[in-house]
Design a protein around this ligand. Structure first.
Ligand SMILES: NC(=O)c1ccc[n+]([C@@H]2O[C@H](COP(=O)([O-])OP(=O)(O)OC[C@H]3O[C@@H](n4cnc5c(N)ncnc54)[C@H](OP(=O)(O)O)[C@@H]3O)[C@@H](O)[C@H]2O)c1
Length: 312
């Protein structure tokens, strides 16, 4: 019988157990701390932010499923056994959620909504006439599972969509593709609305520093829904206060929750969302986990296996 060791703090585990049992009625679902003992036989961990050392203390774990697409909550554990495969979440619910969030945010920045929220506080009628979508250049940093669905959500509006990745990709209709660090500066200089969908790796941390942000055209907007380490927040604040960057939406931060005394809370034209751009849905995640356990047990590679060298 397939055994799943589940860990998630602060939320009920019932919906996760019910969703998994609906997809695979024979599953042995064990909710932390009732994981049993390592002698109980092979198991799969399905976790979010487990206590450091927990995975290592269960040598019967064959693979670890991350409850979200990010894996920094696992890899920061110094005792994580390097031989245990880690599988990133890639359920359809996550993709649909990100497509909605990016489409909503791009439309809001294109139509000047963040500045109207600021003006409304001052009873300021100041009107903003947006450009046609076909004249707005949207640049997506990261063209993985989520960057792709974000691009697909945007092209029907007529935006000029471009995307940047580490390695080359096959051509995609209506999306201009770029890759490699030597293309980044030019990419930024030709982007009106920048969408961050990059993982946190040594190469992406601090990538959008003061100089890189200054490459964006005057009046550009930024949406970051990948990882908070991408942007130097002090530099972003300075660029927004000078008006060089007109508006931004930040869903992810280097420290979460964003501390209550952080100066970003009071910044005009900035929309802060509490890491909710794309949330793993129990129903679609259960299908994803059960499907990938079957793949592992058949000797096939699971989807979205973490490449430890790449870091994502
Ligand atoms: N805010 C939220 O609610 C939320 C929800 C889910 C996920 N996320 C975040 O979104 C991120 C993206 O998810 P995903 O599923 O799309 O990941 P993914 O499929 O692994 O794609 C990552 C993309 O980033 C590119 N990339 C990585 N390092 C790069 C570098 N140094 N230079 C240029 N491109 C680089 C990759 O390029 P290659 O393809 O060439 O390797 C790939 O296109 C995740 O890492 C996660 O942290 C956030």
């Amino acid at each position: 019988m397939t055994r799943i060791l589940f860990y998630l703090e602060d939320y009920s585990h019932d919906i996760w157990r019910d969703s998994l049992l609906k997809v695979a009625p024979g599953i042995d679902f064990r909710s932390y701390p009732d994981w049993g003992t390592p002698d109980d036989g092979p198991a799969y961990a399905f976790v979010w932010e487990p206590e450091p050392g927990l995975i290592a203390s269960y040598p019967n774990i064959r693979a670890v499923f991350s409850l979200g697409a990010g894996v920094d909550h696992l890899t920061r554990d110094p005792n994580l056994p390097p031989e245990v495969p880690i599988i990133r979440m890639g359920d359809d619910g996550l993709k649909e959620g990100m497509a909605e969030f990016v489409a909503m945010s791009v439309l809001m920045h294109h139509r000047g909504i963040p500045s109207m929220i600021t003006k409304q506080k001052n009873k300021d009628w100041g009107r903003f006439f947006a450009k046609a979508a076909k004249d707005v250049r949207v640049g997506i940093l990261g063209f993985g599972a989520l960057g792709r669905v974000a691009a697909e959500a945007l092209t029907p509006f007529g935006y000029q969509v471009a995307a940047w990745s580490r390695t080359p990709k096959n051509p995609v209709e209506d999306v201009t593709l770029h890759h490699g660090s030597d293309r980044l500066d030019d990419f930024l200089a030709n982007t009106d609305i920048l969408v961050g969908l990059l993982p946190s790796t040594p190469e992406t941390q601090g990538l959008l520093d003061k100089e890189r942000l200054s490459l964006l055209p005057e009046g550009a907007s930024i949406i970051n829904a990948g990882r908070g380490t991408l942007i130097d927040l002090d530099a972003l604040k300075a660029h927004m206060e000078s008006g060089h960057i007109a508006s931004a939406t930040l869903d992810v931060f280097p420290e979460e929750p964003l501390p209550s005394n952080h100066p970003l809370w009071g910044l005009d034209n900035l929309i802060i969302t509490p890491h909710i751009a794309a949330i793993t849905r129990p129903d679609t995640a259960a299908e994803y986990v059960v499907r990938n356990i079957a793949r592992i047990e058949q000797g096939d590679a699971p989807e979205n296996l973490l490449d430890a060298n790449r870091g994502y």
